[in-house]
Design a protein around this ligand. Structure first.
Ligand code: CA2
Length: 144
C-alpha cells in the first residue's frame, strides 16, 4: 500500500491519562500511539501519529496529507465542534478520513453533538476509547 495513514490528534489530548480517566480512560496518548503502531504493522499499514494544541498546525498537517498519505484518522478534540478551518482543509483532501472520539460525544453536552469534521468524514467512530483508533485503522485497511 502506498502512503502512510496520518493519525492526527487535537488540543489537550496530550493530557490523556493524567486527568478525567472516567471520561477518556487511563491510557496516555503514547500508549494509544503504541497500540496503533502494533495494529498498523499487523495490517501492513504505515502510520504517522501526531498531536497539536494549535488549530493551524492541524490544518497544515491535513494539507500535508494531500501529498501522498493514504488516509487520515482524526480526533480533532474540541476543534471538532468549532473549526471551519479544519473542515475546509478536509474538504480539500481526496483520501478517506475517519473521525474518532474516545468518548461517546452524543451522551455528553449538547455542544459536542455537532461536528464540523463529520461533514467531510468517510466515517465516524466514538465511544470505544482507544479501540476506536484501531477500528479506524481496520476500516482504512479495507478501503485500500
Ligand atoms: O472524546 C474525544 O475523543 C473528544 O474528541 C475529546 C475532546 C473533546 O473536546 C471532544 O468533545 C471529544 C477533549 C480532549 C481533552 O482530553 C483531555 C484528557 C485528559 C484531561 C483533560 C483533557
Amino acid at each position: 500500500m502506498a502512503g502512510k495513514i496520518f493519525i492526527l490528534n487535537g488540543p489537550n489530548l496530550n493530557l490523556l491519562g493524567v486527568r478525567q480517566p472516567e471520561i477518556y480512560g487511563s491510557e496516555t496518548l503514547a500508549d494509544i500511539e503504541a497500540l496503533c503502531a502494533a495494529r498498523a504493522k499487523d495490517l501492513g499499514l504505515a502510520i504517522d501519529f501526531r498531536q497539536s494544541n494549535v488549530e493551524g498546525e492541524l490544518v497544515g498537517w491535513i494539507q500535508e496529507a494531500r501529498d501522498g498519505a493514504a488516509g487520515i484518522i482524526l480526533n480533532a478534540a474540541a476543534y471538532t465542534h468549532t473549526s471551519i478551518a479544519i473542515l475546509d482543509a478536509l474538504k480539500a483532501v481526496d483520501i478517506p478520513v475517519i473521525e474518532v472520539h474516545l468518548s461517546n460525544v452524543f451522551a455528553r453536552e449538547d455542544f459536542r453533538h455537532h461536528s464540523y469534521v463529520s461533514l467531510a468524514a468517510t466515517g465516524v467512530i466514538c465511544g470505544f476509547g482507544s479501540a476506536g483508533y484501531l477500528l479506524a485503522l481496520e476500516a482504512l485497511a479495507k478501503q485500500q
